[in-house]
Design a protein around this ligand. Structure first.
Ligand code: HEC
Length: 489
């Protein structure tokens, strides 16, 4: 979708260059394309063609001018009026003007000898040598075509003691078909059991099965980043790593063997962090129920921070019907700060955005989030034609929708209070939803509450109750999950 020119400078640029020499590939264009595009547009990376020579770039000069002008490339969807994101890929107005003027001038080569050499792209691990490298022990076959595939893979860890994870680097074996992968750990051996029960590498079952804690993730185009300062994820002794990977067939059969590099912190972190997910949509209780044809189906949620925090990252998650995400902070003095705005949601790019600097949010700050879906026939990504009623679900043709702000309390001791306030918020949101569902008669459509699901998972003998070993296992999983979120001791 075309977007307005970023600045006036862009409109004026052709005037300024009309009298000057037109830009050439060697002098002006190659430095931009090699540093801002070729990281993905080269052999073995996610983009569908290479932009690593004059011939390759010239062939697509027109298309390049178009995609940089309308902001489609480089891919970058996070906006904020007030905060800079680390690794922002967007081009400056000058860079865009140069690429456009070059195309208009007929894409001249300039002095061939001045074509800058390609940068030294990292060939191995981008963050250096990991402390631990894991690899899928069997290749997973991704067919040439067909629907998207979600699959979980278990990588045994055999850690004898708890470790603290600073960063995880994910390297897909077949980057053209791996869309994203989310990382979890599993302590009870449940993921291994699911893997054994499911033929072929990994297992298909989705949901909270075989995952006790979350370790971030990787999405196409994503660069590995370490958590800031001494923040770290807890990885408990005896756990297995679970990769929950989404594949998108590419037209060519591929065999995926993912590799994972783990980077450990020497010390436990001095403070933990929490993900404040708004709305806290989980399961059928979320109430996401989008009528066919509805172009602006909207959900909102607000949460007031009980303690002062520093926000360091933000992400959003929706499927094909996603349209917009907006997260704002209203400080106690009334100032409104734009934490994240994704004006044109693109399912292909679900990244974890880290702020350049910590964002200080005082106690009493209200976080507001609004997510909008478009289930009309005008949404070119709508998987249903004609549009159909769509509800919450894990398949990419179902919907989800929320944004998550990662925050660490200013005072390490305040984490418990923050977690508790967020838990209460989730509970209240759930209760509110049940009341609404009772009022509008849709209560019978909510099949299972989260607690029932948790109970079902540990109720091995199926008598509907958690007793003895079952109860202990359920409690332990819950505590590990909480601990993984908490950081610290
Ligand atoms: C982070 C990785 C990444 C970067 C950086 C990147 N691209 Fe892309 N590019 C992609 C991917 C992936 C696709 C395929 C997108 C799709 O099919 O939705 C793509 C597609 C394209 C297309 C085809 C668009 C179409 O309509 O089919 C063009 C042209 C393009 N990129 C140009 C560029 C240029 C020029 C730059 C630098 C200014 C750039 N890209 C930077 C990953 C990247």
């Amino acid at each position: 979708m075309p977007r307005p020119h970023p600045t006036l400078a862009l409109l004026l640029a052709p005037l300024a260059t009309a009298t000057a020499e037109p830009p050439t590939f060697a002098e002006d264009v190659a430095p931009i394309v090699y540093s801002r595009c070729a990281g993905c547009h080269r052999a073995g990376e996610s983009a569908p063609f290479a932009l690593t020579s004059y011939a390759e770039v010239k062939k697509r000069a027109r298309q390049i001018a178009e995609v940089v002008e309308d902001g489609f490339m480089p891919p970058w969807h996070a906006r904020s009026e007030h905060f800079a994101f680390a690794g922002d890929r967007r081009l400056s107005a000058d860079e865009i003007a140069t690429l456009v003027a070059w195309e208009e001038a007929g894409a001249p080569a300039g002095e061939g000898s001045e074509t800058p050499p390609l940068p030294d792209f990292p060939q191995g691990w981008q963050l250096g040598e990991p402390d631990l490298v894991l690899e899928m022990d069997e290749a997973f076959l991704v067919p040439e075509s067909g629907p998207d595939i979600y699959r979980n893979f278990v990588l045994p860890l055999a850690l004898e003691q708890d470790r603290w994870v600073k960063a995880i680097e994910f390297r897909p074996g077949s980057p053209t078909v791996v869309h994203h992968s989310l990382f979890y750990f599993d302590v009870g051996g449940e993921a291994r059991a699911l893997d054994e029960a499911d033929p072929g590498p990994g297992f298909a079952k989705m949901g909270r099965f075989g995952r006790d804690g979350n370790l971030g993730g990787w999405a196409v185009g994503g660069q590995p980043v370490a958590l800031p300062e001494d923040l770290a994820y807890k990885l408990p002794a005896g756990s297995d790593l679970v990769l929950s990977t989404h594949f998108h067939p590419s037209g060519k059969e591929e065999r995926e063997v993912s590799k994972i590099g783990l980077f450990f912190a020497e010390q436990p972190p001095s403070r933990g962090f929490v993900g404040v997910q708004l709305p806290p949509h989980f399961g059928a209780i979320s109430g996401i129920d989008i009528p066919a044809g509805e172009a602006r189906y909207t959900k909102r949620d607000s949460f007031t921070l009980p303690v002062a925090v520093q926000a360091f990252g933000v992400s959003a998650h929706m499927h094909y019907l996603g349209k917009e995400v907006e997260m704002r902070a209203t400080l106690p003095d009334g100032a409104v700060l734009d934490l994240l705005s994704i004006p044109e949601w693109d399912f292909s790019w679900q990244e974890q955005y880290l702020y350049q600097d910590f964002v200080d949010l005082p106690a009493g700050t209200r976080i507001d989030c609004e997510v909008v879906w478009d289930n009309s026939a005008d949404n070119v990504n709508n998987p249903h034609s004609p549009p159909r009623r769509v509800r919450w679900g894990r398949e990419s043709t179902d919907e989800m929708g929320s944004a998550t702000l990662l925050v660490t309390p200013q005072e390490p001791g305040a984490l418990g209070g923050l977690e508790q306030a967020y838990q209460t918020h989730m509970r209240d949101y759930g209760k509110q939803r049940v009341r609404e569902a009772a009022d509008d008669g849709s209560l019978a459509e909510i099949p299972k509450t989260v607690l029932e699901r948790h109970r079902a998972r540990f109720d091995k003998d199926g008598d509907g109750k958690l007793r003895g070993e079952e109860a202990r296992a359920a409690l332990k999983a819950w505590r590990d999950y909480r601990a993984s979120r908490r950081g610290g001791r």
